[in-house]
Write a protein that binds this ligand. Structure first.
Ligand SMILES: Cc1cc2nc3c(=O)[nH]c(=O)nc-3n(C[C@H](O)[C@H](O)[C@H](O)COP(=O)(O)OP(=O)(O)OC[C@H]3O[C@@H](n4cnc5c(N)ncnc54)[C@H](O)[C@@H]3O)c2cc1C
Length: 472
């Protein structure tokens, strides 16, 4: 039986392993994970009734990849969806005040977030023709400014990029970070029209399947937190997951088809196929001796830094705090906090009765140094903002700080060209597959989707090599 080694036991690596075993239970699969706990960015901690997500806070049902993983793992009955308030009430923290983001076209007409001119530029987007010669790779800020005006870019594109990437809209490539937007411009001639067409298509597809009219996108988690997904995957994979192994290098096996993989010390594995699903900077180290130009290209994918600061308060100390998802602090008026998720307002069971749990994300591309502040300084900075933004009147009763020195890969201008070069170079190494959130999407749904796709590619590779072996 062929042996597949997967390096990195985050959501991507575990999804590859699970989909491989699901397709062929006889296949030998080993996941080598550096830390003592699989899951990578995903983790849930319980502290005296406060349930803290240390990385992602939930996943969107924009793609079916995570929901289908959950149902295949038998976890669907443990899923919970974000509250209605979290869906409807999202805010910006502007000029010392929370301002609600508009929820639909009517909200756009009346929002105080845009001037009359800003509203006009946004609402006339469907009538703006794309220029004949578009730049080869445009920034998110450039694209949104061109389509919908500078104000819409400063308000909405900034909020989107901060909320998803913790990045800079002027540096990120729109085609890499939000691939649907340029496609909508090309195919529908407009983003607004593109979204309307996509919604209509979803409605028609649901009708054709005899399903009820699809609702808006939702955020999901589990009652016991996102660790349920990681526990579900690792339970299914059993001894296939080896923790505490930091892979250092790999080399093509001499004389036979396949690969050698070296961990710390003398640990080594042989494999017919190897999947690198660890972060890009780790992939680069592993690839350095095998293919230096490929390793250099992989190493060039930058990451931001993020500190997650979770604070718990007594409800009586937050008399005016609204219910909802949370807020983003736009770049031009930001203090030390990128944004805050009101965890106990999004999901039930995140704080003990009579308390709230909020989670601030600090740092990002512009304020990376904040991540190095000690816990007390970070806690004080977030609490100071909570007094202004949320009107808290008492001290926090709970605090947990988690640092991610390399948090979210940044798909900067040129990312897609880089990924194409990486794909072409990696394809020359038969049986080597590079994946993970560094390449084709950072959301959990993208990672699960990639996991499924790479498992399919590994299976076809193994089938082809088996056929070739038989012919010989
Ligand atoms: C603070 C934060 C908040 C986020 N919020 C959201 C959110 O709300 N919703 C959402 O959809 N997404 C969110 N994301 C993004 C999402 O969590 C990640 O993109 C996704 O979990 C990445 O999965 P991955 O498996 O590709 O990589 P990782 O999770 O980075 O996993 C890689 C694994 O490889 C291991 N590893 C590293 N080097 C080696 C080595 N040499 N040998 C063996 N193993 C190695 C690591 O220990 C790690 O376990 C967030 C991310 C962060 C950091």
């Amino acid at each position: 039986m062929p042996h597949v080694v997967i390096v990195g036991g985050g959501l991507t690596g575990l999804s590859v392993a699970f989909r491989l075993k699901q397709a062929d239970p006889e296949l030998a699969v080993t996941v080598l994970e550096h830390k003592s706990r699989p899951g990578g960015n995903i983790g849930t901690e319980d502290h005296d009734g406060f349930r803290v997500e240390t990385g992602p806070n939930g996943f969107l049902d924009r793609t079916p990849a995570v929901p289908s993983l959950c149902s295949d793992l038998g976890l669907a009955d443990q899923l919970i969806t974000g509250s209605e308030a979290a869906r409807k009430n999202r805010y910006l923290f502007l000029g010392g005040k929370l301002r609600k983001l508009p929820g639909g076209p009517l909200g756009l007409l009346t929002t105080p977030l845009l001037s009359l001119r800003g509203k006009w530029q946004l609402l006339t987007e469907p009538f703006r023709r794309a220029p004949d010669h578009l730049p080869p790779d445009e920034s998110v800020a450039g694209f949104v400014t061109r389509r919908a005006g500078r104000e819409a870019a400063n308000v909405f594109a900034d909020a989107l990029v901060t909320g998803i990437h913790g990045g800079d809209p002027a540096q990120l490539s729109v085609a890499a970070a939000f691939p649907r937007l340029p496609v909508m411009e090309r195919e529908a001639g407009s983003i607004i029209r593109g979204f309307m067409r996509a919604a209509k298509k979803r409605r028609q597809e649901a009708e054709a399947r005899g399903e009820p009219r699809p609702g808006p996108q939702r955020m999901w988690s589990f009652r016991a937190g996102l660790r349920v997904l990681i526990d579900g995957l690792t339970n299914q994979l059993g001894p296939a997951v080896r923790t505490g192994v930091r892979v250092q290098s790999l080399w093509p096996a001499v004389g036979v088809a396949g690969w050698g993989v070296r961990g710390d010390g003398r640990d080594a594995w042989s494999a017919d196929a190897v999947v690198l699903a660890c972060p890009a900077y780790e992939q680069a180290e592993i690839l350095a001796d095998l293919d230096a130009p490929l390793a250099d290209d992989v190493a060039g994918i930058p990451y931001n830094r993020i500190a997650v600061v979770a604070l718990g308060y007594r409800k009586t100390d937050c008399p005016t705090a609204p219910d909802g998802f949370g807020y983003i602090a736009p770049q031009n008026t930001r203090r030390d906090v990128l944004g805050v998720q009101w965890c106990s307002s999004i999901y039930p069971g995140r704080a003990p009765d009579g308390f709230v749990l909020w989670r601030a994300l600090c740092g990002g591309v512009h304020r990376a140094e904040v991540v190095d502040w000690d816990d007390d300084t970070l806690g004080r900075a977030v609490h100071a903002e909570m007094k202004v933004a949320m009107g808290v009147t008492g001290e926090p009763v709970f605090r947990r700080v988690v640092r991610w020195p390399a948090a979210i890969p940044q798909y900067v201008i040129g990312h897609l060209d880089r990924v194409a070069r990486i794909d072409a170079a990696a394809a020359k190494h038969h049986g080597l597959f590079l994946t993970g959130n560094a390449y084709r999407g950072v959301a959990m749904g993208d990672c699960a989707e990639q996991g499924e796709a790479v498992a399919g590619r590994v299976l076809s590779f193994l089938a082809t090599t088996a056929d070739e072996g038989e012919r010989e």
